[in-house]
Design a protein around this ligand. Structure first.
Ligand SMILES: Nc1ncnc2c1ncn2[C@@H]1O[C@H](COP(=O)(O)OP(=O)(O)OP(=O)(O)O)[C@@H](O)[C@H]1O
Length: 321
């Protein structure tokens, strides 16, 4: 249950807290409509995924949130405050980790974080800085300059920079690109912990399995539009697909005759079969296979994945809403 739902349970039905409200946002770059009437509500405490193929408009939308990109029309509120009218206040509530890596090369990692704390009027922020350096495995790099950091370390410094002022809403634009698996896991552990403390997390990533594992709700963008917003479970359940994988003890022959009208792939040595089917046909297919009396070594039945939803909505289905 997300934080805002827990609060609503405690304080009653009217207690709805929206972290970010995006209304009728349009943005063009010359002829290109980068954002086309975008509307989105993100609840306080959610772990929210913003997904879409390259060029869908995710970074443009995040840029508008952070005041780096000027929208043509529409409005955005952060914790109930308009981002233009209350620029300073809303900026404090947001910690945005951008996709592009830029640092002043003259300052060490620690100085970079101290200076950034200063932008928010925070002095003596050592405790938070040490916590971040530790969580992001940068403690031993604290006294060196960004030029001496690897790509993955720079990305982690970017994350630390966005979090020094302890923002309520954390926006992560492709945070794990170039970060190795072990550090990716420790980064997620830290972010999940922040989410458990009630922070709202908004994540864009091209690693769909990360979004599937982490996010409560997901918006899928394509060509400047939000094509679908729903819970992860509803999105995945919207795809009626089961993938049956069976491994036989010996190579099998003549399945074409036996499995007529069923689409299947047999591997090279004819010992493994993959059958994609709708849920309702699962029983029929398994019974048919059983009747063949083959020695089965292993069997696996997979459900649809977020990736299937993503492909359907962004390449084939387009504006299927
Ligand atoms: N400053 C700019 N000037 C002109 N066009 C731009 C600018 N920034 C973005 N665009 C265009 O706007 C569209 C949306 O870009 P955006 O970076 O928001 O997409 P994205 O979903 O973040 O993509 P990615 O997954 O590749 O990061 C793209 O077609 C891009 O080429």
């Amino acid at each position: 249950m997300v934080y805002s739902d827990r609060l609503r349970d405690i304080y009653g039905g009217d207690f709805v807290t929206t972290a970010i409200k995006i209304r009728d946002i349009n943005k063009t770059y010359g002829e290109l409509q980068a954002l086309d009437d975008v509307n989105l509500d993100i609840k306080k405490g959610e772990f929210f995924g913003l997904l879409g193929p390259n060029g869908a408009g995710k970074s443009t939308l995040i840029g508008i949130l952070g005041g780096l990109v000027k929208k043509d029309s529409g409005n955005v509120t952060v914790l109930g405050k308009d981002i233009i009218k209350n620029y300073r206040e809303t900026k404090k509530s947001l910690g945005i980790v951008p996709q592009e890596i830029t640092f002043d090369p003259y300052f060490t990692v620690r100085e970079t974080l101290e200076i950034h704390s200063g932008y928010f009027g925070i002095k003596d922020n050592d405790q938070k800085i040490d916590e971040l350096l530790n969580a992001l495995s940068l403690s031993d790099k604290a006294e060196i300059g960004p030029r001496q950091l690897s790509g993955g370390m720079k990305r982690r410094l970017l994350i630390a920079k966005a979090l020094v002022h302890d923002p309520e809403i954390i926006v992560l634009d492709e945070p794990t690109a170039g970060v190795d698996v072990e550090l990716r896991n420790s980064l997620w552990e830290y972010v999940i912990n922040l989410n458990n403390q009630g922070k709202t997390i908004i994540l864009t990533t091209h690693y769909l399995e990360e979004a599937e594992a982490l996010c409560d709700r997901i918006a899928i963008m394509n060509k400047g539009k939000i094509v679908k917003v729903d819970t992860k479970e509803n999105l995945i359940n919207s795809i009626d697909k089961k993938l049956i994988k069976i491994q036989f003890a010996d190579s099998v022959q003549g399945l074409e005759d036996e499995l007529q009208e069923i689409n299947f792939d047999l591997n090279k040595d004819k010992r493994e079969i993959e059958i994609e089917t709708a849920k309702q046909d699962l029983d029929k297919i398994l019974k048919k296979i059983n009747r063949l009396n083959l020695d089965i070594v292993d069997m696996n039945i997979e459900s649809a994945k977020l990736e299937d939803v993503f492909i359907k909505l962004t390449s084939l289905g387009g504006d299927d809403n």
